[in-house]
Ligand binder design. Structure first.
Ligand code: B12
Ligand code: SF4
Length: 505
């Protein structure tokens, strides 16, 4: 009998929802009367509701996040129309703040804000025993972590074989970066490390090899970080992959020594730099020692085989295009494997809202609430940076343009890539779904046409990159060169051809 359905829309299939597994694991005597039904963004709300109602549940709980709030709202609206007797409970970070302003919260029967581990179970007990609470909005209880049952046994064999397994050794963050929801946490709370290690071991023994730690700052308590790294070092194999979010200015030697022992492909670090601008850091209450962060990033890139992914945020209060560009160049020079150029979002509940008036921050009213313009960066420039970020994913982060990138960026990475990005958008008029071969064609056309680089230098770099990328298609500009046509073409002609290719897409 399924009395309770726990559901959410994940960003992609590979992301398993850890939050729902906590809620299920903590149902106490109701365990076994629940079912987790996960969907992927893009699912049709009516199909989702049909699948959920097929279980004939009395309670449906939805995990609501910034990426799924629009679709989940539609699903809840449909569900309440066709089955008004079913009690709908919403929770998760998106439903936890500015509750009164959200349609999904109006439509739902109950909203649990904050931690749901124990509060969802308590609400289910009350509802199923015929004593539903009167108040609609319930502040989730934040129990001591020892009181929370572990969720990891709820990862299925399919999850273990095919999905990222999210795990957490601690909750909360002691820092206060104003753009981040974790700024609302008072501190970080560690789970019992011995028990956590036992849970990890059980997952590993079941075949799990892809672990993603959701800890806001993995390297906060070095002794715990070390123990976790040692755990994985003792169990290294070809399939192991572990992802951690780290703060950049805290990498003591003991930690470095352990990190350096991991082979290529096993470790990934997500490092938040966000901005190097110290005035902006101060404005958003971000504490970061830039010099130490810089030295640590260089160390990671040069002395470890970890994949280093670094986040930057454009559109922070007080940061203009020149400052952001300078920050990008500074970061690029340190050699990280990936740079994520994100646009500031005004997440519900985050303190960044206090800058809205003073810095003339104009946010998208709809998710993901990205900033559209600030006093320092106008709308058109913000759009340019957003495209820059998207194209950078395809070219800078993909690893498919290693040699070509050096030609493209020269000695002014941000300025040159922004110019390329503007040109590419003007030529292709799209930022998504550009086939790899066509992208190579565009880059070739830009380098030879716009920058006037020599055909042979460009073709040699691109041919090598294309072969290394593992793709097995055909590059039109190489075919043309083989036919001896290329040199007779003018740059203008090549650009026309690139445009023509796009038009055919
Ligand atoms: C994994 C993750 C992702 C995954 C997606 C995961 C998925 N399932 O699809 C990826 C990497 C794709 C992702 C992307 C983004 N993410 Co993200 N992500 C996370 C992360 C690191 C872990 C989530 C998690 O499992 N936490 C652990 C569990 C236990 O916590 P929880 O999910 O919050 O669940 C608890 C409560 O919320 C509640 N709860 C949850 N579900 C339910 C359901 C009911 C019924 C109830 C009552 C309660 C309840 O109870 C749970 C237990 O206490 C969090 C940060 C964090 N550490 O939590 C950010 C976080 C969720 N992400 C965030 C953001 C902003 C983003 C991005 C917009 C970032 C960006 N690129 O700019 C993108 C958007 C993606 C998109 N496509 O648009 C914000 C969410 C803000 C919001 N309002 O939703 C967070 C909180 C980070 C932060 N500190 O600001 N993310
Ligand atoms: S950005 Fe990172 S360090 Fe800052 S509050 Fe959020 S989780 Fe903590």
């Amino acid at each position: 009998m399924t009395d309770i359905v726990l559901s959410t829309l994940n960003a992609r299939y590979v992301h398993a929802a850890l939050g729902l597994r906590y809620l299920a694991a903590n149902l106490g005597e109701l365990r076994g009367r629940e079912k987790i039904l996960e969907f992927v963004l893009g699912a049709r709300p009516a199909d989702l509701v049909e699948t959920v109602l097929a279980e004939r549940p009395r309670i449906v709980g939805f995990g609501v996040y910034i990426w799924n709030v629009e679709e989940t709202t539609k699903a809840v609206a449909l569900l309440k129309r066709v089955a008004p007797e079913v009690v709908v409970v919403v929770g998760g970070p998106e439903a936890s703040h500015e509750v009164e302003e959200q349609r999904i919260c109006v439509l739902a029967d109950y909203v649990i804000t904050g931690w749901g581990d124990l509060s969802f179970a308590a609400l289910c007990r009350d509802v199923l025993s015929g004593r539903p609470p009167k108040e609609k909005v319930i502040a989730g209880e934040q129990p001591p972590l020892e009181a929370i049952a572990w969720p990891y046994a709820l990862y299925t064999e399919e999850d273990i074989a095919r999905r990222f397994l999210y795990v957490e050794a601690s909750r909360g963050c002691p820092f206060k970066c104003e753009f981040c929801l974790s700024a609302l946490d008072k501190t970080a709370w560690p789970f019992d490390l011995d028990q956590f290690m036992a849970e990890l071991a059980a997952l590993y023994d079941r075949g799990a090899r892809h672990f993603r730690f959701v800890d806001r700052t993995f390297n906060l308590k070095v002794s715990a970080s070390l123990r976790i790294l040692e755990f994985f070092l003792e169990r290294l194999d070809d399939r192991l992959f572990v992802h951690f979010e780290v703060i950049p200015d805290h990498l003591p030697d003991r930690l470095k020594e352990a990190i350096a022992r991991f082979p290529p492909g096993a470790l990934q670090f997500e490092v938040g730099i966000q901005t190097w601008n110290t005035e902006v850091q101060a404005a958003i209450s971000r504490r970061q020692n830039n010099a130490t962060a810089e030295a640590n990033l260089i160390w990671l890139c040069q002395n470890s085989d970890a994949l280093v992914h670094v986040d930057l945020i454009a559109g922070l209060p007080g940061e203009d295009l020149a400052s952001f560009g300078g920050g990008f160049d500074r970061l690029y020079s340190l050699g990280p494997h990936e740079i994520q150029v994100g646009i500031l979002k005004r997440l519900r509940g985050t303190p960044i809202a206090r800058h809205t008036e003073a810095h003339v921050m104009r946010y998208n009213p709809d998710p993901p609430y990205n900033v559209l313009a600030t006093e320092c960066i106008g709308f058109a420039d913000m759009q340019r940076i957003a495209r820059f970020g998207r194209y950078w994913e395809m070219i800078g982060n993909s690893g498919r343009f290693r040699r070509t990138l050096a030609l493209l960026l020269g000695d002014a990475p941000f300025a040159r890539f922004l110019r390329f990005s503007d040109w590419l958008y003007a030529t292709a008029r799209k930022t998504h779904e550009i086939a790899l071969e066509r992208l190579y064609g565009f880059v070739h056309a830009f380098l030879t046409g716009e920058l006037g680089m020599g055909e042979e230098t460009v073709a040699a770099a691109m041919e090598e990159d294309y072969a290394a990328s593992g793709a097995r298609g055909r590059l039109e500009f190489l075919d043309r060169a083989a036919r001896g046509e290329t040199r007779s073409r003018t740059a203008r002609g090549r650009m026309r051809q690139a445009r023509h290719q796009t038009a055919k897409a």
